[in-house]
Design a protein. Structure first.
Length: 183
């Protein structure tokens, strides 16, 4: 072997003999070494972690605040809708009560009692008199029914009796005629 080959390949180092309790000691020493490494972290790195954590907390707080704002507005709008619905139902009940009162006041018994209290008396057939007015022509009743017309034939005209396929065939034939005449 040459000297360069010996330098390139490292020789295996002999492992020292380990005592039965030395492995535990090595594990503790390694753990203490890693703790020292973390204690030696520069202050800048710790500040970066603290800044990132605070930025994340501010972001979470902002999103939470926006969420609470939207939820509170929704609750307020829902409460206003419930209030308006209650007002509508109260208005509907009031209208129903007023319609009942009007129906009671306009009933025949009520109208007759009020007319008698006002001094009116029921009329008899003998007391009715008719007056004729010269030149007055009473309005004729209007009829909304149209008089029947002649019996009309409900069949389709020839313009509307062609099927889609026959119309399409006729259109293709008329479109191809100029081409056939040119040749």
């Amino acid at each position: 072997m040459t000297i360069l080959a010996e330098l390139k390949t490292p020789k295996p180092q002999p492992q020292p003999e380990t005592k039965p309790g030395s492995k535990a000691y090595q594990a503790v020493a390694e753990a203490v070494g890693t703790l020292r490494q973390y204690q030696d972290i520069p202050l800048r790195f710790q500040k970066q972690w603290i800044t990132a954590f605070l930025a994340l907390m501010i972001l979470v707080g902002t999103v939470g605040g926006l969420y609470l704002n939207v939820v509170s507005r929704t609750v307020i709008a829902g409460r206003e809708i419930q209030t308006l619905q209650d007002d509508i139902s109260v208005g509907q009940n009031t209208n129903a009560d007023l319609q009942t009162q009007i129906a009671t006041l306009l009933s025949n018994d009520s109208l007759q009692a009020r007319a008698l209290a006002a001094g009116y008396v029921p009329i008899k057939n003998e007391d009715i008199g008719y007056i004729t007015v010269p030149g007055y022509f009473p309005q004729q009743d209007m009829t909304t029914v149209t008089p029947p017309t002649e019996n009309t034939d409900l069949s389709l005209s020839s313009d509307f009796s062609e099927s889609l396929s026959s119309w399409l065939t006729r259109q293709i034939e008329t479109a191809s005629l100029p081409l056939a005449q040119e040749h």
